[in-house]
Ligand binder design. Sequence first.
Ligand code: URP
Ligand code: ZN
Ligand code: ZN
Length: 461
Amino acid sequence: MESLLIKNGDIVTAIDQLNADIYIENGLIQAIGKDLDFSADRQIDAQGHYVFPGAIDAHVHLELPVMDTVSADDFETGTAAGIAGGTTSIIDFVTPNRGQSLLGALHERKDAARKAVSDYAFHMAVIGFDPHTAQEMEQCVINEGIPSFKTFLAYKETIGIEDQALIEVMKTAKKLGALVTSHCENGDLIPELQKQLIDVGKTDPQYHAQSRPSFIEEEGTHKAITFARTVGVPLYIVHVTCREAVETIIKARAAGQTVFGETCPQYLLLDDSVYDKPGFQSAAYVMSPPIRPKGHQKSLWEALKAGQIQTVATDHCPFQLHGQKDMGKDDFRNIPNGAAGIENRLALMYTYGVLEQKLTLKQFVEVNSTRPAQLFGMYPQKGTICAGADADLVIWNPDTENTISAKTCHHRCDTSIFEGFQTKGAPTWVIVNGKVQWDEGNLNVERGAGRYIHRNPGSSL
Ligand code: URP
Ligand code: ZN
Ligand code: ZN
């Protein structure tokens, strides 16, 4: 395997910053220091660049089957788009059908993921609790390296979980030292609001947002936190979007509960004026929870800065506007939910977070890489830069300017929810397991080169 010497980079981790060289061999970081003198197959001059640990996207949905269609990026194209933007590992989901065994569903998902070009892992969704579930959860943690379980309070008609099952999942996770994660929107109230809107002919995409107001996320957040408190188990809340949910999390943390929160660039940077776009265009922004009115974004930034929200993921789940989203042109309930973002996360968080002083450089590394690695049991193999760690690195030019467009992104989607956003800062080189896979604008990825990440129970619980 090619050896690599990176000279004079400004290395940034969640706790440190120093100008030094990095020597890589056999896919691992072998040495870090000043004036390293190794003869390597390739040398990169990183003068004027930052060197970050590869970003980890802990929330993506590649080739996710939804409503008789499948999210547009498969494991190959989705992970390739990630690499183009500096994301070197992903965590996707296994979501069993009702009655299907967790391990059976995992087997199918592993098959699909074999074509990934970067390393990948799965959270296991638990949608019900039968006499085999506890034992299967144990096998996930012990044999399969899956120490995180996803529960959906929304989507009651398909994959949503009932209260008693949620309690059992939490109790089992507690025994196993695993982390429960929750999509927090009340799954009984949303259909009620949807029906009220549809009954009066409000079928356009913008009504998707009206059917899922922030008080419904607040209720879901409070409910999941209350369940976790009762059982005495840590909780990770995915895609936090609104002030009320942030306040609920902060209150629980202040009372001593172990609660973590994740948000996404779309909730930090967009507001609900996106639903005013003409015709069917606003369907591109149909996701759950929806984009919130102006004001909520400030709460999210402040919580991120204060460490009350710990991670930024993308919830990357693209559907083509033409050919997929238009399944719902007569009824917003039939629009497949989700949007693309995996390629854009770092540039957006750098431009609108670091450069606007909403995050320090170290916090930027922390929320995009280190905390996901710690919480989901990959640290320090991933999530930092140290001798012995996987050589997943982003060599970042802080001066590169770009304008985001669906036309130039590598993901498979005909629209970008960040179309026209100006960014400053981009990866010049991205190294995955010691190989330069993004090389000054060229993607050199290999189908199937990604490895399954066998994770341990998270180290920060
Ligand atoms: O709209 C979204 N977020 N689609 C993906 C599924 C989910 O709830 O995360
Ligand atoms: Zn969700
Ligand atoms: Zn999601």
